[in-house]
Design a protein around this ligand. Sequence first.
Ligand code: SF4
Length: 573
Amino acid sequence: MKVILAQKAGFCMGVRRAVDVTLETVQNNDQRVATYGPLIHNPQVLDLLHDRGVEVLHELPDKQDGVIIIRAHGVPPAHKLKLAESGATVRDATCPRVMKVQAIIKKHHAKGYFTVIVGDKDHAEVVGLMGYAAPDVAVVSDLADVEALGIAGKYIIVCQTTQDRDSFDLLCAAIEARFPDGKIFNTICDSTNKRQAEVRNLCDRVDAVVVVGGKFSANTKRLAVIAENRNKPVFLVETEDDLDIAAIRAFDVIGVTAGASTPTWMINRVVRSLEVIPGKGQSFLTTFIRKTMWLLLATNVYAAVAGGLLGGVFARCLNGNSSLNGFLISFGYLFAMHNINRYADSHSKKFNDPILEQFSEKYCKALIGFSSLLLILSGSLVYPLGTAPFALFLAMTVFGLTYGNRIFPESFASVLKIKRLKEIPGSKTFLVASAWSLIIILIPNWKGFVLYPNLLLMLMLVICIYCRTSLFDVFDVQGDRIVGKETLPVCIGEKKTLNFLTWSLYLLVALAIMPFMVGKGLVVTLLFLPFAVYLLFLIHLYQSGRVVASPRLEFMLESSLYVLGLSQILFHL
Ligand code: SF4
């Protein structure tokens, strides 16, 4: 089935900030951490925060220790004061755009204005806003509320940030008709506006719409209503388990959008579940291609073959060795280690990609068995190359297999708070990149290894694999952050990671060209340029919001290795 994912689906800035503040607080201190009210309207995220030790306070506490976090929706000022008096440290995660509305109300209330809030009476944000104008405030949800309004004197109208534009305009007109000369502030958040406009556009391109989000999330329900008003069948789901597969099979193209409090990993789970459902008019060939693509990614065959191709081509072009040997050494090792290591990483995969996790569990024995055979094959081809490369191969294998195990002694672990190698921030990506470089360039070309250009090529390959693997981490950042995985984007943030990767690719370009400036240029380094351009283009598309994290984007990213491999092969043919 063809699935079109809305670009603005998922966490808005305010929700992302609130979740980040909470996770950062949990990560960086040993004190009790609580949120005042549910942090966001998404039960799955709340469950995961609960698993990380975050409590939810439903009442204002008289006494409290540790840290209390104010939710993205904000709270009345009196509540903020009471929280501070409880003795706890208060961290305010109120969305800056909600704060702006609070400031408008506060300023006008001080000047004697009455406040009308267009929104849902019981919504946490509206309750918080009312606190800034009480008792001179009224909430309007429909025309009946407008009829019941009584305003004597000057007044302002503001709205809940996730309000629908059409209903806001309608209610403002009705209020003005009764009470002229009010001051209107359209406080609908820009992210809400764009998300809603996108759903309207999406409806023109799809047969039905799936909206992913908490059933109590006002903005999620509003997205569903917008699609319904466009006469599209709508499926409002919290998780992939809620999908009505039988009904969805009747369509060819499904649009997916999500509320502001839905994390990317939950959206991806729904998208992945939809993509494996055959659409009504989908041809056998399309189904076959989609399933094959998925299987190649899920089994790591796609990545391992790319590594094998690189191993083969470098074995031939650097030393005139057998390209088949180079292929088999690299392919066997990479297939084995990627598949075996997935079992050390299953906690985060359970959130980021449950279908892959189910697949891994189901075929665990086959994958481990086949991986072991390929590892032996790879090792048996390395053995004749000499004691040193074979020892290195064994060391890399042991290192790779123990990466997720506890290896540091208690004394070391208690001082540095690190028990396993994988707990060293960003270590996995660097180790993966180094392993690729060693198995593709150093080990197969051990005999006759020359410092130039082999060392340079190893460094360039480390940069390539580091960038490719880090980008995967960027796509998985929300799920990884929730489970506490220490990837680069989790540690320094998505934006800084993308900037860092961009500069790393510029460095790759410089390394490809620089040898020519000193009269030592080789075409083999220039052949890294298509890879750099391809990945820079992908990062640009992702940063500009033209592509979103999705299974298709993952396939495009993994294909970057083929851009590198095929450039080398085509030249050396
Ligand atoms: S929808 Fe807008 S106002 Fe509301 S939390 Fe998100 S960014 Fe902030």
